[in-house]
Design a protein around this ligand. Sequence first.
Ligand code: 0UX
Ligand code: ZN
Length: 376
Amino acid sequence: MTEPAVKYHLKKKEKHTGARLGTLETPHGTFPTPMFMPVGTQATVKAISPRELKEMGAGIILSNTYHLWLRPGEELVAEAGGLHHFMNWDQGILTDSGGFQVFSLAQMRDITEKGVHFKSHLDGRNLFLSPEKAIAVENALGADIIMSFDECPPFFESYDYIKKSVERTSRWAERGLKAHKHPDRQALFGIVQGGGHKDLRELSAKALVSLDFPGYSIGGLSVGESKAEMNHVLDFTTPLLPENKPRYLMGVGSPDALIDGVIRGVDMFDCVLPTRIARNGTCMTSHGRVVIKNAVYAHDFNPLDDNCDCYVCQNYTRAYLRHLFKAQETLGLRLASYHNLYFLLHLMKQIRQAIADDNLLDFREQFFEEYGYNKQ
Ligand SMILES: CNc1nc2c(CCNC[C@]34C[C@H]5C[C@H](C[C@H](C5)C3)C4)c3nc(N)[nH]c(=O)c3cc2[nH]1
Ligand SMILES: [Zn+2]
């Protein structure tokens, strides 16, 4: 039996919740969990350099199979020696399988047992992605953690549709496991589906756990359902997964969703939010969101966030950041992206400390109060 590429070590369970403190050992370093993973869509975290990512404490970042397969092509990335060399990132990389992208970006053609036929969103070419093809692309890209090829059905699809989709996704997961060429250096995660249905989540988790993946993603969420619904699904899904394996909630999220996901036993998160909202000048701060182009900040010579010790908050004022956005200077979106990423990475650090101190619920109370979330 080859050593798994990625090992999760559970260090401590928080006394009052399902939260856990752990470490994730990968071929490119060992990182503390719970963790937030910055998203790089086309082999770059938009507007931020690897040096800045390291400076802010990012460990594992995401890249994107679908885009890189279409452009520049996985062969070119493999020729460059794989993603780490290509993008000059020597810490952890995780790639999604492209399934989510196909369902959300491309003009759909049809889903068959074999895989998905669709048209490229770039040039309309007819393309086909199957579990075998997706895993082959992820093997060529060389990320430390790769995802199974799955279908993420709409949350409000019919029970029958979601049941059929779960069964097919489980068959696809098994085919992906068989096609995976480097289990010794790339950890393939299974992705649990099942919408909002407890029995379908059980059906999905049982099938995937029997295949003994080194880690499990919780898919099919953060697709338009309410936060209460997402938390309800997590309440009965995380307990279905092995305690000694990492759990990755895909596409989440906002500060409240991160805290509530950790409370329910999630270890890993990714979300495009911090860099996406930064591009129009929306910043996350300890006092809630600041839309920096607002006139109210024109003469505000305070830092973006007086509780933040990041490079941006230590060296620039709200008035200056507002000026940059009004003048459409690219430094504006760089600084806003930097702070937003730092904010979420720092939030995870505070969450890890709260788990160590067994006061995660008090931390949630204070953070929600200060950020302006209404407490459920
Ligand atoms: C937002 N809500 C949400 N996301 C989801 C994702 C993508 C996670 N992010 C990876 C991704 C997706 C895009 C944008 C960036 C870069 C790259 C392409 C990889 C992050 C999901 N991915 C898969 N394979 N399956 C899901 O069920 C799923 C559900 C999600 N629900
Ligand atoms: Zn800051």
